[in-house]
Design a protein around this ligand. Structure first.
Ligand SMILES: Cc1cc2nc3c(=O)[nH]c(=O)nc-3n(C[C@H](O)[C@H](O)[C@H](O)COP(=O)(O)OP(=O)(O)OC[C@H]3O[C@@H](n4cnc5c(N)ncnc54)[C@H](O)[C@@H]3O)c2cc1C
Length: 406
């Protein structure tokens, strides 16, 4: 195992007693991460989705980690789930983004809101790695405020007909099913959630190639032109789409913060090696004190990112037992916003320090600091921007009367 991963397990064992099964799962995750390093780098350089990610995660049962046993999952605790995502985040944030949507926004949303038949049809195959999921909320004209979405659905007979577009959708052009949100054409206050089959007539997905990073993650523009959805594929209750979207985003932020911790760990691993090996002025650059400052910054960032996230994961155990408890929902929302906001900023700052330690090589995508630098920027945007996270955090301090974002 990577030394920093072992350290995380040792540190958390103060908060959580790891079972033999927990350790077995974490060892498997470590093997999957090891296996994916090369293909992630190769695909990053080719700027394409890493198909090996699906094969390797399937082989090691990664998609099953947090999911309930009755849906084919391994039922692992939030702490083990967070550590697993942290380890895979070390490999790269492209892989982390793919997994975030597949597992945290996809599977965990289905686990919470899908009925028995839907779990059979969509959740179980996703957990096995036989179906890829996406989460379609953002549109060209709406992002931070999904309440004003324009994609609409009309009732026709016993079915729904959906038209509109979704933008910047992770896994959008590789997904078999998309959890997609739309507004009723009859009642503008009614937003519902649907499970869309990407092979449906009228559905198309166009990959977005012009990103500034995250090259192994598929991002797409989705168009829905009168896509017909059976009423069996409405997710949760009609009109409850926003609650579903917001609960999905809380799961997503959990996963993003874990991935960012992995990113900081990789920065620390690679700069430590580089600082010992790279010689300038007849000594390893790590003996120059100004280089040590960069290393100290990354090490501090790692500690600052880890603990709010680990605390979030401990709290999450309680929330998972009573997901309807309003006090726990608020507490989880607050803790997850804090963890995501802190870890994403520190991942970006750490990547910047790592680029500096690597010098010119750092400014290429051949070494991981340059890739982390390009990739980590988006973690401050997707699944809730820095600004929206700050508004949430402030409103938890000031009270509901001060909610500034809706
Ligand atoms: C690579 C990538 C992958 C993505 N994957 C997905 C996905 O899988 N599914 C999905 O649905 N979406 C996805 N997104 C979209 C992402 O969630 C949105 O980009 C994000 O929510 C911000 O929305 P926006 O881009 O429309 O920005 P806007 O909402 O237009 O915001 C622009 C700026 O204004 C600020 N702002 C907005 N409102 C306020 C306010 N009230 N107070 C203060 N500041 C404010 C924002 O913080 C931001 O800085 C992805 C985006 C990217 C880049």
């Amino acid at each position: 195992m990577e030394p920093l991963f072992e350290e995380s397990i040792a540190d958390i064992s103060e908060l959580h007693k790891f079972s033999d099964e927990d350790m077995k799962v974490l060892k498997t995750v470590d093997s999957a991460a090891e296996e994916l390093v090369l293909s992630e780098t190769e695909n990053y350089l080719k700027r394409q989705f890493n198909k090996d990610a699906v094969k390797t995660c399937k082989k090691h049962g990664i998609f099953a980690i947090p999911v309930e046993i009755e849906s084919g999952g391994r039922g692992m605790s939030p702490i083990v789930t967070l550590l697993a995502k942290e380890r895979l985040g070390q490999v790269g944030l492209g892989l982390s983004s793919f997994l975030n949507v597949q597992i945290f926004l996809g599977e965990l949303t289905l686990q919470r809101w899908a009925n028995k038949e839907q779990k059979e049809r969509y959740l179980k195959p996703a957990v096995k790695g036989d179906k890829i999921l996406a989460f379609g909320l953002t549109e060209p004209d709406i992002g931070s405020n999904p309440e004003s979405m324009k994609t609409i659905y009309k009732k026709r007979g016993g079915k729904f007909v959906i038209s509109g577009s979704k933008y910047l959708i992770t896994n959008g052009s590789i997904a078999d099913n998309i959890i997609l949100f739309a507004r009723s054409s009859e009642n503008k206050n009614e937003i519902s959630s649907f499970i869309i089959d990407s092979k449906s007539a009228g559905f198309s997905a166009t990959p977005l190639k012009e990103k500034i990073g995250l090259f192994t993650s598929d991002t797409a523009f989705l168009e829905l032109n009168e896509v017909v959805v059976d009423k069996a594929d409405i997710l949760g209750r009609q009109g409850h789409g926003l609650s579903i979207a917001y609960s999905g985003l809380v799961n997503g932020r959990f996963g993003v913060s874990a991935g960012c911790i992995g990113c900081i760990e990789d920065c620390l691993n690679v700069v430590s090696n580089r600082a010992k090996e790279r010689i300038q002025f007849n000594k390893p650059i790590g003996k120059h004190q100004l280089v040590q400052r960069h290393i100290a910054e990354i090490a501090k960032n790692l500690e600052m990112a880890r603990w709010p996230a680990y605390f979030m994961a401990v709290k999450r155990e309680e929330y998972d037992k009573s997901p309807e408890n309003k006090t726990l929902i608020k507490e989880m929302d607050r803790q997850t916003s804090l963890a995501k906001r802190i870890a994403s900023r520190l991942a970006f700052e750490s990547a910047d320090h790592a680029v500096q330690v690597f010098g010119g090589l750092g400014y290429t995508t051949l070494a991981s600091p340059g890739r982390h630098y390009c990739d980590s920027r988006v973690t401050r945007i997707y699944e809730g921007t820095d600004e929206i996270m700050d508004l949430k955090i402030a409103s938890y301090v000031l009270g509901d009367d001060f909610k500034a974002f809706y």
